[in-house]
Design a protein around this ligand. Structure first.
Ligand SMILES: [Zn+2]
Ligand SMILES: [Zn+2]
Ligand SMILES: [Zn+2]
Length: 138
């Protein structure tokens, strides 16, 4: 991701009040480009925010689909920015080096096929997760 949305625009688009903390956090998320966790964000804001505040803001961003949750393990939840510059794509998790690889975005046709499988259920998130051994580890 090179050029991306700016934090203020994303908040405005989602009718969210613009606060210093939300802007700061969202800017760090946009800067990070790839996936992040609450802990990795806290390091980026140089511990100016407690984790409870970060989680509260992340929950709000999730609800408004500014971010999406990806590949969470037992201890950490990982997220990534969800905007036009970063459409839904599968993730490959390497079991050897624990690296997460962001694969190419999937076709809209494919997404609607998957959504159809849900039938009457309402799809809020699609998470395609592949796991194995990456090209560097094999
Ligand atoms: Zn963007
Ligand atoms: Zn690997
Ligand atoms: Zn990704």
């Amino acid at each position: 991701m090179n050029k991306c949305c700016d934090a203020k625009t994303l908040l405005k688009q989602n009718n969210l009040k613009i606060t210093k903390r939300r802007i700061l956090l969202l800017e760090k998320i946009i800067d990070s480009g790839k996936c992040f966790s609450a802990i990795s964000l806290q390091e980026k804001v140089e511990n100016n925010m407690d984790l409870a505040t970060i989680y509260r803001i992340l929950t709000l961003f999730l609800k408004n689909k500014i971010i999406r949750e990806i590949l969470s393990n037992d201890t950490t939840r990982f997220y990534e920015l969800s905007c036009v510059h970063n459409p839904v794509h599968p993730h490959f998790f390497c079991r050897k080096c624990s690296r997460t690889i962001h694969l190419n975005a999937v076709e809209d046709d494919y997404i609607s096929q998957i959504e159809k499988m849900a039938g009457d259920n309402i799809v809020e998130d699609i998470n395609i997760h592949l796991a194995g051994i990456c090209s560097q580890c094999k």
